[in-house]
Write a protein that binds this ligand. Sequence first.
Ligand code: FES
Ligand code: FES
Length: 180
Amino acid sequence: MDARVEPGHDGTRDKADGTDDTQAIRGRIPLPQIKINGVEHAIDADPQMPLLWAIRDIVGLTGTKFGCGVGACGACTVHMDNEAVRSCLTTLADAQGHEIVTIEGLSGDGTHPVQRAWQANNVPQCGYCQAGQIMQAAALIKQTPKPSDQQIVDAMSGNICRCGTYQRIRQAIKSAAEGV
Ligand code: FES
Ligand code: FES
């Protein structure tokens, strides 16, 4: 539960004063504070919870996808301090104190150079992997503004697309790097 909305309350009340033991415990344990797309969230969850669960199920940002849950597909890729990370392998404790950006926060209006290049090159097919692909590509361009073909292949090698859009992905990254 996002404590911005409903702090420390799970709907149960079993004491005369209307509180419960869970609330008492929560009152003593600081909630993980996670900054996502510039907004601080006190996440009412175990600090070992994967960041992906919190992003999707607690904060309600569903652009980041669950694919494998074990770091093998890239569908869950977000940025942590401008680096691409797998949010299925990143815990809330790992994320605390860092700037997390999801696909919803990459640009306010879908005009990040990578997003524009994706549109210009008609990259997506089913779309399921694409948020992760875009976040991975945006981190690459940020770190290496003019990547070589091999750098593109290497950087994107952990992002799986079951629809096989790899050729268009590579073309779009080159377009983005050229400022399209
Ligand atoms: S869901 Fe995280 S890498 Fe596949
Ligand atoms: S566009 Fe369908 S999985 Fe990549």
